[in-house]
Ligand binder design. Structure first.
Ligand code: ATP
Length: 319
């Protein structure tokens, strides 16, 4: 193996740049050449591919987003697109590919592997919704951003005695809501993986207000429903002076936290080590603070499970 390629795909996540840097530096350190591919699978098929040096990745670790850009390119689900991509990789003499992205990006990597081309996936998504890893690159930063916003909402909630419904990202997964809810001192956390009853929640809010709690924060995962719709439902049971706040894309941006930078650096270096060992078709993860790798195929037979003990913890801290 002489050359490896690297791309970022799907939604951007803070720490992707740190991962690109780690892959590039570890590979160069081991005598490999590295090629960056712009705009994910779209750039791969278009041949938007260029050599990456150690200098190219300096001054990147602290920056959010991805300097290789990202793209959604559904055409890569077609065999034609996949074969075109492999043709480009061969044209540039690239022997193996590191893909940083979420679930969809892993499907692309799996397809390449099925065509006999070596690809390795790194979990880069703020949603933390990938199986076989406790944490994904970008999750910690997104949660920190959400908590920062919740802290600010506490100030205004307590000044006016308002109830805030804060919608956080996470797609179909409740991880961002669970972590941000516990860390932000939310009274309630609503996630897709746990039942809830708006009438009961309204009753709890009412009792809380009667007991002088002027500072009600409900953290709602976007995968459940929109904050505005939740507010409408809640308001049917009383006047809680409620406000719906959607944090939105600010959760994707910003300088990655220490946790994400270190995770991305570890995973990036590990991916190159695996490739140097002749291994591929793998998804890198971190489980119980240990780097792991699993067959990408196995990933799609398993389901990510959020840490629901956080839900119970939050309930017990708000009785
Ligand atoms: P995130 O969930 O953080 O947004 P993601 O990687 O899941 O990240 P997607 O938009 O689902 O984001 O997928 C990214 C890209 O992966 C797609 O635009 C497409 O190029 C490729 N991809 C998705 N699904 C497949 C598939 N079934 N086969 C091949 N390629 C795919």
């Amino acid at each position: 193996m002489k050359r490896i390629g690297i791309l970022t795909s799907g939604g951007d996540a803070p720490g992707m740049n740190a991962a690109i840097r780690a892959v590039t530096r570890r590979a160069i350190d081991n005598g490999l050449e590295v090629f960056g591919i712009n705009y994910g699978y779209a750039g791969l098929v278009a041949g938007d591919i260029f050599p990456l040096t150690s200098d190219d990745v300096s001054d990147r670790i602290q920056r959010g987003g991805t300097f290789l850009y990202s793209a959604r390119y559904p055409e890569f689900a077609n065999v034609e697109g996949q074969l075109k991509g492999i043709e480009q990789l061969k044209k540039f003499g690239i022997d193996a590919l590191v893909v940083i992205g979420g679930d969809g990006s892993y499907h692309g990597a799996l397809r390449l592997t099925e065509h006999g081309y070596n690809a390795i996936g790194l979990p880069g998504t703020i949603d933390n919704d990938i199986p076989f890893t406790d944490f994904t690159i970008g999750f910690d930063t997104a949660v920190s951003t959400a908590v920062d916003a919740i802290d600010k909402l506490h100030d205004t909630a307590s000044s006016h005695g308002r109830t805030f419904i804060v919608e956080v990202m996470g797609r179909g997964a409740g991880d961002v809501a669970l972590w941000a809810g516990v860390a932000g001192g939310a009274q309630k956390i609503i996630v897709p993986e746990h039942d809830f009853d708006i009438k009961e929640i309204a009753e709890e809010v009412k009792v809380g207000r009667e007991h002088g709690n002027k500072n009600m924060i409900i953290v709602l995962a976007e995968g459940v429903m929109h904050a505005g719709d939740f507010k409408k439902e809640l308001d049917k049971y009383g006047d809680f002076d409620s406000r719906a706040t959607v944090l939105g894309h600010i959760q994707r941006g910003g300088s990655p936290t220490v946790q994400d930078r270190v995770l991305a650096s570890k995973m990036g270096a590990y991916a190159v080590d695996l490739l140097l060992d002749g291994k591929g078709g793998l998804a890198v993860g971190i489980e119980n603070n240990k780097l792991t790798s699993h067959d990408i195929l196995d990933l799609f037979d398993s389901k990510h499970k959020p840490d629901l003990s956080l839900y119970d913890l939050n309930e017990s801290l708000n009785r």
